[in-house]
Design a protein around this ligand. Structure first.
Ligand SMILES: C[S@@+](CC[C@H](N)C(=O)[O-])C[C@H]1O[C@@H](n2cnc3c(N)ncnc32)[C@H](O)[C@@H]1O
Length: 349
């Protein structure tokens, strides 16, 4: 396929159209991001509606709007950048957008940002580009301020590893709380339906809830008609240790939680401990402070919370409540004995 420049007209709520120009270098089979796919076209056509519809992309009650803060958006697997660039122009000064992809794709992505620089500066928006490979676990976890309020992705699921990599990446980079949103559009190609299902399941497992979804029909140039799956999710129930004030003798310090060693991937010993007990997607909440010498961890899996005693390799489920705030209150006021702990045995024991 030869190199070409394509012009995309993006609708806005004022009935005017935004015109974006995107360069597409000649496509080689393993550089899928050098082409603009129909998922990103359809999503960019709908963005103005999504931005304004209820539930809004940035809920009016969220701290972002209350504090008049700039929305931080991240596009994963941005390819030629159509979705992220459309989002940036539609949001203007109220958002910054970071477009990411694999190293071989980012130079053209950056070129496309500069091709539209006049439009972007007229809209008073900030767009940056960079490499973000979903398969790589970063050396350290993003801080609260480095996370994104909105994650956008179009057509990102088409290999057996993608659901796991993508969900891990979203979990790492999405900010916690009610204002967080993931906006996706994925073709329902027969060959990858199991991966799309796995992706949806994993998103739910990390505590994301669907706030809106729909199907529409589109055509990629070289494909037959395909049905596309549009999903908007919120991070409402994602476990987060950020807003927790731990009981004396406990800590939520990321260095002490040592996410990379214990939980970052399937090989982490926390992940292994949970897998041996059939507990999916464990998320650390807090651990006992080192000076106590106790080696205890509190973590969440699904809607339940657990205490893991590393020294005895024992895991107990907190049966008294599934509400983290309530659990913390019990802990502050009455201590562990009120947790109603029930042992969870594993196949290895
Ligand atoms: C089918 S293309 C879609 C591109 C663009 N979103 C669109 O719809 O036009 C999939 C994109 O995911 C990117 N991608 C695939 N695996 C990736 C990985 N491990 N990390 C980051 N990006 C990846 C590809 O480089 C490509 O840009």
């Amino acid at each position: 396929m030869p190199a070409l420049s394509r012009v995309f007209n993006i609708p806005t709520s004022s009935n005017e159209e935004i015109t974006l120009t995107l360069h597409e270098p000649s496509l080689t089979s393993d550089n899928l991001g050098l082409k603009t796919w129909v998922s990103s076209y359809l999503l960019s056509q709908r963005l103005h509606n999504i931005l304004e519809s209820v539930p809004e992309l940035v809920p009016s009650g969220s701290t972002l709007q209350r504090e008049n803060k700039t929305v931080r958006a991240l596009e994963l697997g941005a390819g030629t950048g159509l979705v992220g660039l459309s989002f940036a122009v539609l949001r203007g000064a109220s958002a910054t957008v970071h477009l990411t992809d694999l190293p071989s794709i980012v130079p053209n992505l950056a070129h496309n940002v500069s091709l539209n620089s006049e439009l972007l500066s007229k809209a008073n928006t900030t767009v940056t580009t960079g490499v973000l490979d979903w398969s790589i676990t970063p050396d350290r976890l993003p801080t609260k301020d480095e996370r994104y309020d909105i994650i956008l992705a179009a057509d990102p699921v088409y290999s057996p590893e993608h659901p796991r990599w993508l969900v891990q990446t979203i979990e790492r980079w999405l900010s916690r709380g009610l204002g967080a949103r993931v906006v996706m559009e994925m073709p329902l190609r027969d060959a990858y339906l199991p991966q799309v299902q796995e992706f949806r399941r994993r998103m739910e497992e990390i505590g994301l809830a669907i706030v809106d979804q729909g199907e529409e029909v589109g055509y990629d140039d070289w494909e037959d008609k395909s049905t596309l799956d549009r999903l908007i999710l919120t991070g409402s129930s994602m476990a987060s240790s950020e807003n927790i004030t731990p009981q004396k003798g406990w800590t939520t310090d990321p260095d002490e939680l040592d996410f990379d060693f214990y939980w970052a991937d399937d090989k982490g010993i926390g992940s292994q401990m949970a897998r041996e007990r059939g507990l999916e997607s464990p998320k650390p909440i807090m651990c006992s402070a080192p000076e106590t010498g106790e080696g205890l961890y509190m973590f969440q899996s699904g809607s339940n919370f657990y205490i893991w005693d590393q020294m005895g390799d024992d895991v107990e489920e907190i049966t008294r409540s599934q509400d983290l705030n309530e659990i913390l209150e019990i802990m502050h006021k009455k201590g562990f004995k009120e947790f109603g702990l029930r042992e969870v045995s594993g196949w290895a024991k």
